[in-house]
Design a protein around this ligand. Structure first.
Ligand SMILES: NC(=O)C1=CN([C@@H]2O[C@H](COP(=O)(O)OP(=O)(O)OC[C@H]3O[C@@H](n4cnc5c(N)ncnc54)[C@H](O)[C@@H]3O)[C@@H](O)[C@H]2O)C=CC1
Ligand SMILES: O=C(CO)COP(=O)(O)O
Length: 316
C-alpha cells in the first residue's frame, strides 16, 4: 500500500517526515517548488524532509496512491477534494484536519463522503504538535474509520515505532473531539490572557468538555470516544500548551492584542459552526457560543465572562 500526503503545511510535512522514516512516501503541496528547493516547509522551520519523501507537483498523479492523507485546514478541504478530478474509488482518504466545515456544517469524514462518494473516509486525530511528530517524539493518535478492514490496514500502515495509532470505528466522535477542543482552547487562552486564573481555566475545560460530549452524542457519536485521545487527550494538550495556535490566539484576545491572521486557527470557524448547531438543535453550548461571539467581535471578554457566570445555577 502506498501513501501520499496532500498539504505541505506544518502537519502535512510532519506526517511525511514521520512516515518517511519508515519507508517511501509522497508529498504534494501547492507550493511544491519552494519545498523542493529547501526540502523544508516555512510552516515547520528547521525540519528537513528525509530522502524517502518524494515531492510530487501534479495533484492527479499524487492522488493515485492507495492512501491519501488530507492535511489542509478544514475550511479548505472541500476545495481540495473538488480540484481532484479522479473519483478515488476504493482509496482511503484520511482527514488530518480538525474542524467543522462552515458552509456544510459537517466534519471532514462526512465532507469526504459527499465530495468523493466512492472513496473510503477515515480520520487521523489526537494530541500531537507537528513539531513533536517531526522530531520523532512519542505520540499517540486515534485512527477512526467506518470500514473495519480499512481501519485495521491504515492503523498498520500509518503507525511507526514512535507514532502509535489506536483504532476506532466512530468517525463522528473522533472528528468532533478534534474540532471542538480547539474552541475550548481559545476560551482557555482568553481566560489566562485576561488574568482570570488557572481555576477558571479548569472550569472552562471541564464545562467545555461537557459541551463536546453533549454535541457529539446528539450528532450520533459514542460519548466514550470523547474520553479518548481525540477528545479529552487533545483537549488537555491544547488548553494547556503555549505551542497551540488556538490557545495563543485566545491569549492574544484575552490580552487585547492582535494576532497574525496568516496563522491557522481552526477553532474560530469551528466555534461559529458549533454555535449554528446549538441554535439548529436547540442544544445549550454556552462556552462554544461565547467563543463564537467573542471571535466575531460581538462580545467583549468582560461580557463573555458575565454571560457565562450569570447563567441559571444547574445540576452537574
Ligand atoms: N500543526 C499542528 O501541530 C497540527 C495540525 N493539525 C491539523 O492539520 C490541519 C492543517 O494544519 P497545519 O498543517 O498545521 O496548517 P498550516 O497553516 O501549517 O499549513 C496549511 C497548509 O495548507 C495549504 N493549503 C491551504 N489551502 C489549500 C488548498 N486548498 N489546497 C492545497 N493546500 C492548501 C497551505 O498552503 C499550507 O501549506 C489543521 O486542520 C490542523 O488542525 C492537526 C494536528 C497537529
Ligand atoms: O491540534 C493540535 C494539537 O493536537 C495543534 O493545535 P493548534 O492547531 O492549536 O496549534
Amino acid at each position: 500500500m502506498s501513501v501520499t500526503v496532500l498539504g505541505g503545511g506544518a502537519f502535512g510535512t510532519a506526517l511525511a517526515v514521520a512516515l518517511g522514516r519508515k519507508g517511501p512516501v509522497t508529498l504534494w503541496a501547492r507550493d511544491v517548488s519552494a519545498l523542493a528547493e529547501t526540502r523544508q516547509s516555512p510552516r515547520l522551520p528547521g525540519v528537513t524532509l528525509p530522502d524517502p519523501v518524494s515531492l510530487e507537483a501534479d495533484l492527479e498523479t499524487a492522488a493515485r496512491h492507495d492512501t491519501l492523507l488530507l492535511a489542509v485546514p478544514m475550511q479548505q478541504l472541500s476545495s481540495l477534494l473538488d480540484v481532484i478530478d479522479a473519483p478515488l474509488t476504493g482509496q482511503a482518504l484520511v482527514a488530518c484536519c480538525k474542524g467543522i466545515d462552515l458552509s456544510e456544517t459537517v466534519g471532514p469524514c462526512a465532507l469526504i463522503a459527499r465530495h468523493k462518494p466512492a472513496a473510503l473516509p477515515a480520520i487521523l486525530t489526537g494530541p500531537s504538535f507537528a513539531a513533536d511528530i517531526a522530531r520523532g517524539l512519542p505520540t499517540a493518535l486515534t485512527l477512526a474509520c467506518g470500514d473495519e478492514a480499512t481501519g485495521r490496514a491504515l492503523q498498520e500502515q500509518l503507525s511507526t515505532p514512535v507514532l502509535r495509532l489506536y483504532r476506532s470505528d466512530d468517525t463522528a466522535g473522533a472528528e468532533l473531539g478534534g474540532a471542538l477542543k480547539n474552541v475550548i482552547a481559545i476560551a482557555c487562552g482568553v481566560c489566562i490572557g485576561a488574568g482570570l486564573g488557572d481555576s477558571a481555566r479548569a472550569a472552562l475545560m471541564t464545562r467545555g468538555f461537557a459541551e463536546m460530549v453533549r454535541l457529539a452524542a446528539r450528532l450520533g457519536a459514542k460519548p466514550e470516544t470523547l474520553m479518548g485521545l481525540s477528545g479529552l487527550g487533545d483537549l488537555t494538550l491544547t488548553c494547556t500548551s503555549d505551542l497551540s495556535r488556538n490557545y495563543r490566539f485566545g491569549l492574544a484576545l484575552g490580552r487585547g492584542e492582535g494576532f497574525d491572521p496568516a496563522v491557522t486557527v481552526e477553532g474560530a470557524a469551528t466555534a461559529r459552526a458549533a454555535a449554528q448547531l446549538a441554535r439548529d438543535l436547540d442544544l445549550p453550548l454556552p462556552v462554544c457560543t461565547a467563543v463564537s461571539d467573542l471571535t466575531q467581535g460581538r462580545l467583549t471578554v468582560r461580557q463573555a465572562m458575565d454571560t457565562l457566570l450569570s447563567r441559571p445555577l444547574k445540576d452537574e
